[in-house]
Design a protein around this ligand. Structure first.
Ligand SMILES: [Zn+2]
Length: 318
């Protein structure tokens, strides 16, 4: 963990705002999660250079800034993060950064009445808003606005690119709604490693149960695992899901617990909860991530889905 002194030293070593690149150079954007970076890339096209701090499999709840992250952020023209306390370990640093670099918490653009709250996350909102494309559009337009504020002369291009991106998001949003609505009502239970699917559950009529709470920082108790095993056995739940950014240890404990009671529950697949897939793959894009999750969940719970998803690209290269 970086000490406060190391953080301040990193800030002091960075160039001053006045020495930033000329306006004709690409806008340099640093984004925390892959989802936020994807929006910035789609909106900016050739006019931006985007660096994502968190790659595939990286858990944003526990992520701490490295020295090179600090340098990248202090040199950026714009820093974008999710906010809503997703990047809990970056909070202090991000707040210290606001005095030096333009910075926007894009998920905080979601209207307050659409935010969900959770018992173990007192006085805070559930940060996992990207799980529902319609909600994520608020973060996308906030990203566009933040980019236009830094590069007003590119406003027309950013706006046109945003329109195209939002159209893709609307398409994958209605696909998700369509395939998930075909899951038989009694099977609409989503059990996964942590509570990343609250918005998903609310939007698609699923009961969602995470072994850990909203943040992966909380430990799963034996009692929680026991309760979930009982649930799986009594309700004859057929599939549980692992997440790419969280260890599968607890999910395996569920499967073993159910087996000990004579009920076989399988792993429905690996979902992209808080991180996207590998760069250069379809699943490494926001659209691909949502397509993957919707297709995998619906398929594992009994729907006859197109195996390669909405765009015929799942499991292949972009
Ligand atoms: Zn999470």
């Amino acid at each position: 963990m970086l000490s406060r002194r190391a953080i301040l030293a990193g800030l002091a070593a960075a160039p001053l705002m006045g020495t930033r690149a000329l306006a004709s150079a690409p806008l340099s954007v640093v984004a925390t999660t892959g989802m936020v970076a994807d929006a910035a890339r789609a909106i900016g096209g050739d006019l931006v250079e985007v660096q994502a701090l968190m790659g595939p499999g990286v858990d944003p709840h526990g992520y701490r800034q490295t020295r090179s992250d600090i340098v990248a952020m202090t040199r950026a023209d714009l820093v974008l993060w999710n906010g809503l306390y997703l990047e809990a370990q970056l909070e202090d640093f991000m707040h210290s950064l606001t005095k030096r670099v333009p910075i926007t918490a894009v998920a905080e653009a979601v209207p307050a009445d659409q935010l969900l709250h959770h018992e173990d996350y007192e006085n805070r909102s559930d940060p996992h808003i990207w799980m529902v494309p319609e909600l994520w559009t608020h973060a996308v337009t906030a990203t566009r606005d933040a980019m236009i504020a830094q590069r007003p002369e590119a406003a027309d291009a950013f706006t046109a690119n945003t329109e195209a991106y939002l159209a893709e998001i609307a398409k994958v949003g209605s696909y998700a709604r369509d395939v998930l609505a075909q899951v038989p009502e009694q099977s609409r239970v989503l059990i996964s490693a942590h509570d990343a699917f609250g918005y998903f559950g609310a939007a698609y009529g699923f009961e969602v149960k995470g072994i850990q709470g909203i943040s992966t920082e909380s430990e799963a108790g034996l009692e929680r695992i026991r309760t979930l095993v009982d649930d799986i056995v009594t309700r004859k739940i057929g599939a549980v899901f692992v997440e790419s950014s969280v260890s599968d240890r607890n999910i395996r404990a569920l499967i073993e617990g159910a087996a000990a009671q004579g009920h076989e529950v399988k792993i429905g697949g690996e979902l992209f909860s808080d991180a996207m897939g590998e760069p250069g793959t379809y699943e490494g894009t926001y659209i691909g991530m949502i397509d993957h999750n919707a297709t995998m969940i619906a398929g594992a719970l009994g729907v006859d889905v197109p195996l390669q998803g909405l765009n015929g690209k799942l499991g292949g290269k972009v």
